[in-house]
Design a protein around this ligand. Structure first.
Ligand SMILES: C[S@@+](CC[C@H](N)C(=O)[O-])C[C@H]1O[C@@H](n2cnc3c(N)ncnc32)[C@H](O)[C@@H]1O
Length: 339
């Protein structure tokens, strides 16, 4: 890992201090086609599956480029790295990148793989030998019928996903589930909460983040679920500090002891900075200034809804210090509203 890199100053330093995250999209491709998927700002798989002429941008980074950028940014203060996609485990780069992660202390930063869980049983052996700290499995459904309604998945998927979750619990330091509230799964939300409690995994319940691609359904607010969780919780708190949306954090009894269920609640507010003041997307923006996104096309984005504010990182493939300086300048301009 590079050690002689400058600390990020200004915007990027602020971002690290506020607890922001780096989301690294390894591929825009996915086996599923969830109706709501924002695909971290890339063309959603559902659209490409239905019209092959609409394709995401081409890959421009290799595994070494990704690792160099990730190591530079963690050295400079980014505290949470998420590997996402598309489905990250579909990428041929997933294994070399995750196997190339340096051993690190979780108090310095954490690394999390977000996955639909479909190939977990196959990939767990090599995943368990990496420096990955956490796996987060999306579980927005609890039956094959709901997968069909939400994700355009193939029959039999839910058994495979649950087998992957259950195997991962024994192989990976931390396993969590992730559930997006929507009309299509309202009848299964209590089953998914009960499953998380039975497995003893943490659970994050999230509300829909609107993008231009997912206006097909009514947004389901989290207030009702929070009321239920409050009734079974031994402790609850509201966290609104830092970047990202506010969240309610409940401690509830699970089969393996106390566990955490976290509810993202847009009504608690979000974090906006200088650029947001005159952003034409602000009305629509649920997420605010929260996650830096690095994608396989070699671009880094300061927010989800403004692809026009992406920055090209490919000139810095062999220049981590130059990369940090360029990101820092880009984020300074974003937080000052001059980008
Ligand atoms: C884009 S997915 C990619 C990773 C992986 N394929 C998966 O299914 O988890 C990453 C995360 O974004 C969440 N997500 C996608 N679109 C969303 C939206 N419109 N609102 C809120 N969360 C969303 C998913 O639920 C998932 O937890």
């Amino acid at each position: 890992m590079p050690t002689d890199l400058p600390m990020l100053v200004g915007g990027a330093g602020d971002f690290a201090r506020r607890g922001g995250q780096l989301r690294v999209s390894l591929t825009p491709r996915c086996q599923l086609g969830c109706w709501f998927c924002h695909n971290e700002g890339e063309i959603p798989p559902r659209i490409t599956h239905h019209d092959r002429t609409i394709q995401p941008r081409r890959r421009a980074l290799d595994a070494a480029d990704f690792l160099s950028a990730i190591n530079a940014m963690t050295s400079a203060g980014i505290r949470r790295v998420f590997f996402t996609g598309g489905e990250p485990l579909l990428s041929p780069l997933a294994r070399p990148i995750l196997e190339g992660l340096p051993a690190h202390d979780r108090s310095d930063y954490t690394t999390t793989l977000i996955t639909n869980g479909l190939t977990l049983t196959k990939d767990l052996d090599w995943l368990a030998a990496t420096a990955l700290d956490r796996i987060k499995v999306s579980l927005h459904y609890f039956s094959d019928a709901s997968i069909a309604a939400i994700a355009e998945g193939k029959p039999g998927d839910i058994a495979r996903i649950k087998a992957g979750i259950e195997a991962a619990i024994d192989a990976i330091p931390v396993v969590e589930l992730n559930l997006l509230l929507q009309e299509q799964n309202a009848h299964e939300v209590m089953d998914i909460i009960a499953y998380a409690r039975e497995m003893g995994t943490g659970l994050q319940i999230i509300e829909l983040v609107d993008t231009d691609h997912n206006q097909l359904s009514v947004k389901v607010p989290s207030g009702g679920i929070s009321a239920y969780l409050r009734s079974i919780a031994t402790h609850g708190e509201v966290i609104t500090s830092g970047t990202g949306q506010g969240r309610r954090v409940f401690t509830v009894p699970g089969a393996r002891g106390d566990m955490t269920i976290e509810v993202i609640d847009a009504s608690l507010g979000r974090h906006h900075v200088g650029q947001c003041k005159r952003c034409p997307k602000q009305e629509q923006c649920i997420e605010g200034f929260w996650a830096l996104r690095l994608d396989s096309a070699g671009e880094l984005s300061p927010c989800l809804l403004r692809p026009d504010l992406r920055m090209d990182v490919t000139p810095y493939a062999h220049d981590p210090a130059g990369l940090l300086a360029a990101i820092s300048a880009h984020l300074d301009a974003f937080t000052e509203g001059t980008l």
